[in-house]
Design a protein around this ligand. Structure first.
Ligand SMILES: Nc1ncnc2c1ncn2[C@@H]1O[C@H](COP(=O)(O)OP(=O)(O)OP(=O)(O)O)[C@@H](O)[C@H]1O
Ligand SMILES: [Mg+2]
Length: 468
């Protein structure tokens, strides 16, 4: 356990001095205060394990301080001292959760014994919390692990696995994973984490396109209580959460420029600073990042720092699209048919051979995710245990599940402005049209519409244009 941190609050300078020197000699970290407001200031800024609290104080009495401490910092253990052997106050303090009680004059050694007893309690509490947190993470990650396997037998998948193994061995080197949407970038990132020495620690996946830019720094590095309006509690950021583990920064191209320089500094110094704090916190985190953007173009357009790109790209993995490794289709189809027959409790005994043939000719612009979703739907539709072509409805249309503008007579064609028209419908129409013209390629569509990939993605979700 770290050094035990003790806060003393007593208006007698002599007592504070005596306690402070005594406990400092025993190698505790000691904070001193003489009035409650000073003590609360210290509590707001410093993690504290134990508080030694006098009853008679200026500003408010010790019982009031005790109640406030217990409601704001329930994990702090409080030991009270008083000059009066007032039974009523003792009982009230005990009810309010005080751990121990002493009358003045007290022997330092008695307080030391009380601290030692409390210390055991603090340690147990900390261990319990760590175990609980670990348990939650482990069970969540176990689920992810079981549900996420890399399936495939093509040379592309074989060399992908070999690259993952290499990336896992170099467990401090940043890795950039690229590939079209749905190719399995996150799956590969998780795989690298579990193959690495960091596997018993946390894998933290964060999506850079989902964070408003004003909140980004606090998400990444955390913040102190009161650091900005709305920061009512202190918050741990992604880096601290992933300490000793892996931080996966998805859609890294969408990280705001200002944060890009801060991230670069952290990668170099291996220290972070929470928003609103000057304290540097050392972090040991492996960074994996992913994008389906054309990063060179993004850099040319001054939207991404070249130095950061080179740092993140120290090791590079590209996942080819599914249409370039059609040998994987039969295995993936079998895997997901099996998976969904289990989870949907449907009997699937066979897959008709023509299904595989048709699927191999399908463009799969949504890659494995598209195949997975298609298979789920087919399993739901299938009633006789044999998956047939008719169950793959997207195949029947001869293409992807086309996002359709729900309004066929789109007002964009006929703008008179006499009648009100719904601007959102025009936007929806344009998105559908651009998707159609680019063969449902989201990256190309976003370029055509001059918007970021993530804005397009957000809008498609907003209009219920289920991509695939
Ligand atoms: N080789 C594979 N074997 C089995 N499942 C796969 C494979 N590749 C991808 N998947 C599945 O496809 C889905 C999409 O994968 P993932 O989320 O990793 O893709 P992505 O590249 O991160 O996509 P996006 O760019 O849209 O974020 C997931 O459900 C994943 O489990
Ligand atoms: Mg992803």
């Amino acid at each position: 356990m770290n050094k035990l941190k003790i806060l003393i609050l007593d208006d007698s300078e002599r007592i504070v001095f005596e306690l402070k020197t005594f406990f400092q000699d025993l190698d505790y970290m000691v904070f001193e205060s003489f009035i409650p407001s000073q003590a609360f200031e210290i509590l707001d800024k410093n993690e504290t394990d134990i508080m030694i609290l006098d009853i008679n104080l200026p500003e408010m009495n010790g019982l009031e301080v005790l109640k406030r401490v217990k409601s704001r910092f329930p994990d702090i253990e409080v030991i009270m001292i008083t000059g009066h052997g007032d039974m009523e106050k003792v009982i009230e303090a005990m009810r309010a959760g005080v751990s121990d009680f002493f009358n003045k004059p007290f022997r330092l050694v008695d307080i030391q014994n009380a601290i030692e007893r409390t210390r055991k309690f603090v340690e147990l509490n900390q261990k319990l919390k760590t175990v609980q947190k670990h348990y939650e993470l482990v069970s969540k990650e176990l689920r992810n692990r079981v549900e996420h396997q890399i399936v495939g037998e093509s040379n592309a998948v074989k060399s992908l696995m070999a690259m993952m193994q290499k990336a896992a061995e170099a467990d401090n080197t940043p890795v950039l994973i690229t590939g079209e949407s749905g190719t399995g970038k996150e799956l590969v990132a998780r795989g690298i984490h579990y193959l690495s020495r960091r596997s018993s620690h946390y894998f933290y996946a964060a999506n850079c396109s989902a964070i408003p830019s004003e909140l980004f720094e606090s998400e990444l590095f955390g913040h102190e209580k009161g650091a900005f309006t709305g920061a009512t509690e202190e918050k741990t950021g992604w880096f601290e959460a992933a300490h000793k583990g892996t931080l996966f920064l998805d859609e890294i191209g969408d990280m705001p420029l200002l944060l890009q320089s801060k991230l670069l500094r952290v990668l170099e110094d291996k220290k972070i600073r929470r928003v609103g704090s000057n304290r540097e916190i050392p972090v040991d985190v492996r960074i994996l990042s992913a994008t389906n953007r054309n990063m060179e173009k993004h850099i040319q357009e001054s939207q991404f720092r070249q130095d950061l790109y080179y740092r993140l790209n120290a090791f590079f993995i590209h996942i080819p699209p599914l249409r370039d490794r059609t040998e994987d289709i039969p295995l993936l189809l079998k895997y997901y048919a099996n998976f969904y027959s289990g989870s949907l409790n449907k009997r699937i005994e066979k897959i008709a051979p023509e299904v595989v043939e048709k699927l191999k000719k399908h463009p799969f612009s949504g890659n494995v995710r598209e195949l997975k979703n298609m298979t789920e739907m087919a399993v739901i539709l299938c009633d006789d245990g044999v998956l047939k072509e008719k169950h793959f409805t997207a195949l029947k249309r001869g293409g992807d599940q086309v996002p359709q503008c729900s309004n066929s007579a789109c007002p964009y064609y006929n703008i008179s402005f006499e009648n009100k028209f719904d601007l959102l419908q025009v936007e929806q129409y344009l998105i559908c049209e651009a998707l159609r013209r680019t063969g449902y390629n989201k990256t190309k569509t976003s370029e055509l519409l001059n918007m970021s990939w993530s804005s397009l993605d957000r809008r498609m979700k907003k209009y219920g244009l289920r991509y695939l």
